[in-house]
Design a protein around this ligand. Structure first.
Ligand code: SF4
Ligand code: SF4
Length: 297
């Protein structure tokens, strides 16, 4: 029983990540014909960075949908998408990044490839982590809203010029499967391929570099980490400040000091590593007075 629980603890998140990716991109015919699904569910957002144009995508990426609406001359604001992001963020914060995002999962798989030396952080980590807020503000909000063409239409700047998830999940499959799309690819595709290659190479060295430094969706959900329904607490009576949680965290977060860091993707590694079970989440209560007497704290 203990062994089974251990196995589930180690592999549950990987299984959920696989299922979320497969379910969100379950339109198999799209992969056969090199086309994009355009059914009713495409009007709904998926929680993670899941490209709308992936041949299998059954829903929309919230970041792509947000830019598409605010850049559209017929709309002033993306109320549905903003409401969706607030709802999901308030419920789970960056739990979405750790458990449900396909591109986050792909980076994790790359990180598992054995390499000479894994780095816990890059030089200037603190500043690099802030880039994603600039990406959110400039490429997702300001540029699509303000740079308009002759008919008053904006562009989805983040999707068009940056998003490596779109290149991987949509650009490459469509280029391979659809000759007319392949024929129209030019310099922009090369630029985006270069970004994808850099992110993939970095993923071999550091854990989830795109999520850490560039992802605007992670930036949005991270703002909710301290207040989300699903958040962490440290039981001060149990925590011995041994630091094992930070050691287990691949993002090098000092969990016992900052249990609701905006960088935390809620992977749960720290919880599993804590010998005192001092990291609490969900509805579980702090250790009771009676229990404190028993464990003598
Ligand atoms: S591993 Fe547990 S006991 Fe040790 S510092 Fe972290 S929360 Fe505290
Ligand atoms: S703080 Fe814990 S849950 Fe958050 S990323 Fe680090 S190990 Fe995962």
């Amino acid at each position: 029983m203990g062994k089974l629980r251990g196995w589930i603890g180690r592999h549950l998140r990987g299984c959920v990540q696989f299922m979320a990716t497969a379910l969100g991109n379950g339109y198999a015919a799209g992969f056969l014909h090199g086309s994009i699904y355009r059914g009713d569910t495409k009007a709904l957002c998926l929680p993670g960075l899941n490209c709308y144009s992936c041949p299998g995508a059954l829903g929309a990426c919230p970041i792509g949908a947000f830019q598409a609406v605010i850049g559209n001359r017929n709309y002033h604001f993306a109320f549905y998408v903003a409401g969706f992001l607030i709802f999901v963020g308030a419920l789970a914060g960056r739990f979405v990044c750790g458990w449900l995002c396909p591109f986050g999962w792909i980076q994790e798989l790359l990180y598992k490839i054995p390499f000479v030396k894994k780095l816990r952080r890059l030089p200037g980590e603190k500043w690099l982590c802030r880039i994603k807020y600039g990406v959110l503000l400039i490429f997702v909000i300001l540029l699509p809203m303000t740079v308009l063409d002759l008919v008053g239409q904006g562009s989805p700047w983040f999707c068009k010029y940056i998003c490596p998830s779109g290149t991987l999940m949509a650009g490459f499959p469509l280029a391979v499967l659809n000759p007319s799309i392949r024929a129209g690819m030019g310099g922009l595709f090369l630029w985006k391929t270069a970004i994808l290659v850099v992110v993939a190479l970095l993923s071999l060295l550091v854990y989830r570099p795109f999520c850490r430094y560039l992802c605007p969706l992670g930036a949005v959900y991270g703002l909710f980490n301290p207040v989300a329904v699903y958040r962490y607490r440290i039981d001060e009576h149990r925590c011995t400040k041994c630091g094992l949680c930070q050691k287990a965290c691949k993002l090098d977060i000092p969990v016992y000091l900052k249990p609701n860091s905006m960088e935390c993707i809620r992977c749960g590694e720290c919880k599993r590593a804590c010998p005192q079970e001092a990291i609490l989440c969900g509805k579980r209560k702090d250790v009771s007075k009676k229990e404190r007497k028993i464990i003598n704290v």
